[in-house]
Structures are given as structure tokens and as C-alpha cells.
Design a protein around this ligand. Structure first.
Ligand code: 8YV
Length: 309
């Protein structure tokens, strides 16, 4: 009987690689676990953001490993996994540069109003009405990073190259020379022009970028989120954007995906991206390989490469 189950919207080339490696049972979502005989499954290759919880795990009684495609594993109920001695792996490091690159691109695109400027040219307004309106300077500005983990650290390193004054919040002062630590996210937001959310998702960080944080950023502030939609109080953000209590936002992630809140679509001061921080050919191949390598290690009785601690 087959012992590997692949769950999620894998691409055709990812499926081909999974088939060549493991001949897995394939289903689209955790909800479909009920439709298969899961008694022999010891490893799951998981891709997606739908909840994977105790009821799915109970249908896979021999399960020992969930290998997640992605660094964030907030979709997987870790307490339920631990209670069943199921190990979880993720795909850290291989996607860090791409997510940091997109964050910087979104900051530049939003501050310099690149979408609007492009529309100005395409609609013929440049020729008819003249120069595009003036935008905001990024280099030398003050940026706050909410969460100085792997991705936040890489964002900060890139923005140091833009001569920015770097402030951050993390659970503890990391003592990074030249960076200013804030133990309070509201104080961080108050101190900066641009606030980049780079937190880990999950219950502990739900709505961490709260109404108070958003208000502290103020009417010239821009918020960028490349972590999880759950980390930002989206209703508070929408209200602040609608009422111009902050200048703008650039979002790659949302509370509901892919059917995002339509109020966001109506706004002209938000840049919207379809959760593709890690979405390059190179990085997605590396993520898929790391996921498979973790399953190979499990099947061979070897130590897992990237277990979630
Ligand atoms: C997704 C991500 O895994 O790594 C993460 O935490 O959110 C992404 O890389 C990817 O979009 C596939 O769903």
C-alpha cells in the first residue's frame, strides 16, 4: 500500500517529481482525506493554507510526518500534531531572499506610486496634463520591521543599502548594531515612515499590527505586509486607508485568500499582490525539493532536514 499522501494544489511539474519519488496518493485539500483509505500513510506532502487539524490527522493513524511546502506552517495544528507524535517540517531559508526582494519592491512601488504612474502614461495623461504628481522618497527614510526573523533580517539588510534608518520590534532585543529596537509595536510604528510586517503567522500574532499600531503610523505612513494576512487587523487597516489616516499599504497576504475583502479592491492607495513572495521558478523548485528531501529522510529513517522546532 502507498505510504505517502500529497495534499494540495501542486503544479504539474511538482506532481511529476512527487510521483517519480514516492508514487503518492494525491488529493486537493485536507477536507478530502475522508475520501481515501489513509491507514498506510506515514508521510504527507502538504501544500496550501487550508487548515490541517485533528480530524484529518485522526484519519491517518500511521502518520509520522507532515512535510510542509512553505516556511509558514500556521495551517497545521501543531498541538494536534505533537499530541499524535507527528513531526512537521517546513521550507525555511530557500525562500528568504525572494520574499525580502518582493517586500522591497512593494515598498518602492507604493512609495513611488509606480502603478498610478504607469496608468498616467498609458491613459495619455502625461501627454495631455504633463508631469505625474510627486511621490515619496524611500532612501534615507525611517523603516520599521515588525519581526526580525530570517525574512525581516534580509529586508533590513537590503534597506540598509538604501541608507534607511532601521527600527524593529522582535520578542527580544537582538542587539544589532545600528538598528533601533522597540519593545512596543505602537512605539515602533510611531517612529517610522514605512512599517513592514514580517511576523510568523498563527494565533500568537493574530491582528498584531492592530488599530493602535496602524494609527501610530500616521497619515504619511505606509504599511507593507509580506507575512500572513492574519498578522494585520485588516478591517482597521481598510478603515485607515479609506479615511486617509495612513497614506497607503502594499499587501501580498490577506485575511481571506484568494477571495480578498472587496473593500480593498475599491481603494486607490493600496498595492495588491496575489501572495507570491516565494513565487519564482528557482525558489519554488527549491521549496519542492526540500519538501521531498524531508520525506526521503523520513522514509530512510534519517534525521529530518528542516524540522519545525
Ligand atoms: C506559500 C508561504 O507556501 O512559505 C510560506 O509561508 O506563504 C508561501 O511560500 C506558497 O505560496 C505556496 O502556497
Amino acid at each position: 500500500m502507498r505510504d505517502v499522501l500529497a495534499i494540495g494544489p501542486f503544479t504539474s511539474s511538482e506532481i511529476a517529481d512527487l510521483k517519480a519519488a514516492f508514487d503518492p496518493v494525491l488529493i486537493q485539500s485536507p477536507a478530502h482525506v475522508a475520501s481515501i483509505d489513509g491507514t498506510a500513510i506515514t508521510a504527507v506532502a502538504y501544500r496550501g493554507h487550508a487548515p490541517f487539524g485533528p480530524s484529518e490527522m485522526d484519519r491517518l493513524p500511521a502518520l509520522k510526518l507532515i512535510a510542509n511546502y512553505g516556511v509558514g506552517y500556521d495551517a497545521i495544528d501543531m498541538r494536534a500534531a505533537q499530541a499524535r507524535a507527528i513531526e512537521v517540517t517546513n521550507t525555511p531559508d530557500v525562500l528568504t531572499d525572494d520574499v525580502a526582494d518582493l517586500a522591497v519592491g512593494m515598498l518602492l512601488a507604493q512609495a513611488r506610486a509606480m502603478e498610478d504612474a504607469s496608468a498616467w502614461l498609458r491613459d495619455g495623461q502625461w501627454a495631455k496634463e504633463g508631469e505625474f504628481r510627486l511621490t515619496r522618497k524611500v532612501s534615507g527614510g525611517r523603516v520599521g520591521i515588525l519581526g526580525l526573523g530570517r525574512i525581516g533580517t534580509e529586508i533590513a539588510a537590503r534597506l540598509a543599502g538604501f541608507k534607511m534608518d532601521i527600527h524593529y520590534w522582535a520578542r527580544a532585543d537582538k542587539g544589532v548594531a545600528g538598528y533601533t529596537y522597540h519593545s512596543d509595536p505602537v512605539a515602533l510604528a510611531r517612529a517610522v515612515d514605512y512599517l513592514i510586517v514580517a511576523l510568523v503567522g498563527g494565533a500568537e500574532t493574530a491582528n498584531f499590527a492592530s488599530r493602535a499600531v496602524i494609527d501610530a503610523l500616521g497619515p504619511t505612513g505606509i504599511l507593507i505586509n509580506i507575512s500572513r494576512g492574519s498578522c494585520v487587523d485588516e478591517i482597521a487597516l481598510i478603515e485607515a486607508l479609506e479615511n486617509r489616516r495612513i497614506a497607503g499599504a502594499a499587501l501580498d497576504v490577506f485575511q481571506e485568500e484568494p477571495a480578498i475583502n472587496p473593500r480593498l479592491l475599491a481603494l486607490d492607495n493600496v498595492l495588491l499582490q496575489p501572495h507570491h513572495g516565494s513565487g519564482t521558478v528557482e525558489t519554488r523548485a527549491a521549496m519542492a525539493k526540500l519538501q521531498r528531501d524531508n520525506i526521503h529522510a523520513h522514509l530512510a529513517g534519517q534525521p529530518l532536514l528542516t524540522p519545525v522546532s
